[in-house]
Design a protein around this ligand. Structure first.
Ligand SMILES: O=C[C@H](O)[C@H](O)[C@H](O)COP(=O)(O)O
Length: 225
């Protein structure tokens, strides 16, 4: 709880509700994953009859959308989304992100790539000068786990297998600690080159277009230059 009586959840809700202004009639809305997005899904409920549908980046978000009777579409049937709303674990002022704390990074990357506008929602604690304090999630094919771990050490990281966790795609997550990511786009590409990597949680090659950051003073909007 901060001095204004707002806890982190209240700030997440504030950012999520601010994202509703990016939703318009007849839109196909991409919906991310996580506690911040859960507030967005709640705010999207009253729009259920006005939008064309929603594409979910995880089974968990699809379930929540269906519970609110928001029509859930398959990405392949949509021709892409008009807007994609998702949270982040870390964000820079250049709108590069680390995502995947909830393990949904690969589907999030796919929906973000297939969306015309990506609006990221977060509380202000997620804004950082340099990405990497939050361990970078990497989704890997199970048989490549050990090989990729060794390669991530060569890239300067300290990999740790996320124990007891399987992604919606049936794969594993390696969380990479101790990275100071000064060139997010280069590291994103370098990790993607490793055989057996499905995706990594850096969103630098396709950063957010808009970042809505909630703090005690309200919601600040950062647009990509
Ligand atoms: O895999 C999970 C997603 O990338 C989330 O958007 C991210 O972890 C942020 O989650 P939260 O809104 O719960 O902080």
């Amino acid at each position: 709880m901060d001095q204004n009586g707002l806890d982190q959840n209240a700030l997440k809700k504030m950012a999520a509700e601010a994202a509703i202004k990016y939703v318009e009639d007849d839109m196909m809305v991409g919906v991310g994953t996580g506690s911040t997005v859960n507030y967005f899904i709640a705010a999207l409920g009253p729009w259920r009859a006005r939008i064309r549908g929603a594409v979910a980046s995880s089974e968990a978000s699809a379930k929540l959308l269906r519970e609110l009777k928001i029509p859930v579409a398959e990405l392949n049937d949509t021709g892409g989304c008009d807007v994609y709303i998702d949270g982040a674990d870390e964000a820079t002022e250049h709108l590069a992100l680390i995502k995947g704390g909830g393990g949904a990074l690969t589907r999030e990357k796919i929906v973000a790539a297939a969306s015309r506008k990506f609006v990221c929602i977060a509380d202000k604690s997620k804004l950082v000068p340099v990405l990497g304090k939050f361990p970078l999630p990497v989704e890997v094919i199970p048989m490549a786990r050990s090989y990729i771990g060794r390669e991530l050490v060569k890239l300067g990281g300290a990999p740790e297998l996320r124990m007891g966790f399987t992604t919606d795609n049936g794969n594993l997550i390696i969380d990479v600690h101790n990275l100071a990511i000064t060139d997010p786009a280069a590291l994103e590409s370098a990790i993607n080159q490793l055989a057996g990597v499905v995706a990594n949680g850096l969103f630098a090659r396709r950063p957010a277009d808009v970042l809505l950051l909630a703090g005690p003073e309200g919601v600040t909007t950062l647009n990509r230059a």
